[in-house]
Write a protein of this length. Structure first.
Length: 178
């Protein structure tokens, strides 16, 4: 009887987990409209353009490795690896599909359309072009501001500390004595 109780609990918990996973899988399904909107968003953002150099980079590294181990076959290695890389180039579409599915699962169709619309606008294109420059400048400004705040905090805190120590008749800390 005890074995059946344990077995029953195991089956029940397995069914609960399976139902939860199926529900999650169904929630992750995306419509063709979402994928289409996601592709438009990806194109507007250019988010996958950074991955264009993966295959050429991998091919160059492989050629370097193979040529190092067999330098007498450099031209054959280059020709074969380049040919194989070209044969694999159509698989780049797999990454585009995966990116579209990720965006489709992350955003609603309306959100994707709004994002694509904005980034295809002159303001969105300018943000994509000049946003990194503005972000870099903002980081510089924050560093300068932080240094100023640090300096001012130290100076003002030191003044107030000196006033309090003097008022209490104590000795000044060694770091601030003049």
């Amino acid at each position: 009887m005890i074995k059946f109780t344990g077995f029953g609990r195991t089956i029940a918990s397995s069914l609960v987990v399976t139902a939860a996973l199926l529900g999650a899988a169904q929630a992750q399904e995306v419509s063709e409209e979402q994928v289409k909107a996601a592709r438009a968003t990806i194109d507007a953002l250019g988010v996958t353009a950074n991955f264009d150099n993966i295959l050429p980079s991998v091919a160059e590294r492989l050629k370097g490795t193979l040529i190092q181990s067999s330098p007498n076959y450099e031209s054959a290695i280059a020709s074969i690896v380049d040919g194989q890389a070209l044969a694999l180039a159509p698989r780049r579409a797999d990454l585009e599909r995966e990116a579209a599915n990720i965006y489709a699962k992350t955003f609603t169709t309306d959100e994707l359309k709004a994002i694509a619309e904005f980034y295809n606008s002159p303001a969105g294109k300018k943000l994509l072009k000049d946003g990194p420059i503005a972000a870099r400048e903002l980081i510089k400004a924050a560093d300068i501001w932080g240094a100023g705040i640090s300096r001012d905090l130290a100076v003002e805190s030191d003044k107030k500390l000196q006033e309090q120590i003097k008022a209490e008749g104590g000795a000044q800390p060694a770091a601030t004595q003049q």
